[in-house]
Design a protein around this ligand. Structure first.
Ligand code: PEP
Ligand code: MN
Length: 346
């Protein structure tokens, strides 16, 4: 196990290395009390060695058979670092893939408000080719006087929507006291912008058996987002999807400022998939499609968008929700660009 926060090693196995040689390196590391994580890629096998720096320095790793190169990790994050995985991470959610050449189209209402609203939206987005259904059961609202979500009842409605459409469910976990219920109902556990650095919650979902969609906080830097993801990965859950959803700047013409540069940086820094939420960034529906297009073009691995049968009646985020009547066109426009990027909706 890791004993302190010091930098560690990446061990790159040569192209001719055998699985036995990789196992041998792992066994030597583990014997010495060092945590070893193996990533077998198309081109190479990489072992991340995480443990005490001084202890690692005593191991003759370079001399082990099959080892080609030993590289110290100097970044503050390790498990999520690009270098640690030989290939980009592809996350499989009930047969829908997201990452590398697979683009995720996650859509649904901001919040689950009623059975009719949830099922109508689920049917429309499923028909339009969405790969997952979003919908908040527990809502993080700025004002304590506004709709806070239907809670457990909403999880039931999401379950029903999944049973009917087959779409996996993405829903937010806000409170460690609801871990059991949310993890059970969700196929992907969302950690919202406001909990992006709630380290106890991050560790909690790090122990869950479901993938995590981790949104960037309103004032969280790219490095802080990666450190937040590291909290999840450290507990053993490496199925993490990062999400750029706009940050707070001086600019008031959009709800938040969509930082597309962060997507390009993240794709460089991490093997994890990165998606974009154009809805919360824009705050108004006429800007959602242009921002979604920009997300595809910058190399995002997916988008998460809000849609509602009657946005004017929505209990939350009405102005930015795409009316379900327009969702088919929206999905077709996005899909065309996804194809141009050499990807497919997964
Ligand atoms: C949401 O996706 O429902 C949401 C509340 O988004 P954010 O956490 O990015 O504000
Ligand atoms: Mn919303």
């Amino acid at each position: 196990m890791a004993t302190n926060g010091s930098p560690e090693l990446l061990i790159v196995m040569g192209p001719e290395a055998t699985p036995d040689q990789t196992d041998h390196v792992v066994a030597r590391l583990e014997e010495a009390g060092v945590d070893a994580r193996v990533s077998r890629g198309r081109e190479a096998t990489v072992i991340g060695a995480i443990g005490d720096r001084e202890l690692l320095a005593t191991l003759p790793v370079e001399g082990y058979p099959g080892v080609e190169q030993v590289v110290p990790i100097i970044k503050p994050y390790r498990l999520v670092a690009r270098e640690l995985a030989a290939d980009p991470t592809v996350i499989d959610v009930e047969g829908h893939r997201l990452g590398d050449t697979f683009f995720g189209l996650i859509a649904g209402p901001c919040s689950v408000e009623s059975r009719e609203q949830t099922l109508t939206t689920a049917r429309v987005v499923a028909d339009a080719g969405a790969t997952m259904l979003r919908g908040g059961a527990f809502k993080p609202r700025t004002s304590p006087y506004t709709f806070q979500g239907l809670g457990i009842e909403a999880l039931e409605l999401l379950r029903e929507a999944k049973a009917e459409t087959g779409l996996p469910i993405v829903t937010e976990l806000m409170d460690p006291r609801h871990v059991e219920e949310v993890v059970e109902a969700a196929d992907v556990i969302q950690i919202g912008a406001r909990n992006s650095q709630n380290f106890l919650l991050l560790s909690e979902v790090g122990r869950a058996e479901k993938p995590v969609l981790l949104k960037r906080g309103l004032s969280t830097s790219v490095e802080e987002l990666l450190m937040a993801a590291e909290y999840v990965a450290k507990e053993g859950n490496d199925r993490i999807i990062l999400c750029e959803r706009g940050i707070r700047t001086f600019e008031r013409s959009t709800r938040y400022t969509l930082d597309l540069g962060s997507v390009a940086v993240l794709k460089h820094e991490t093997h994890l998939p990165v998606i974009v939420d154009p809805s919360h960034a824009a705050g108004r529906r006429d800007l959602v499609l242009p921002l979604a297009r920009a997300a595809v073009a910058v190399g995002a691995d997916g988008i998460i968008v809000e849609s509602h049968p009657r946005p004017e009646e929505a209990l939350c985020d009405g102005p930015q929700q795409i009316p379900t009547g327009e969702f088919g066109n929206f999905a077709a426009e996005v899909g065309a660009l996804v194809g141009l990027m050499g990807k497919q909706i997964g």
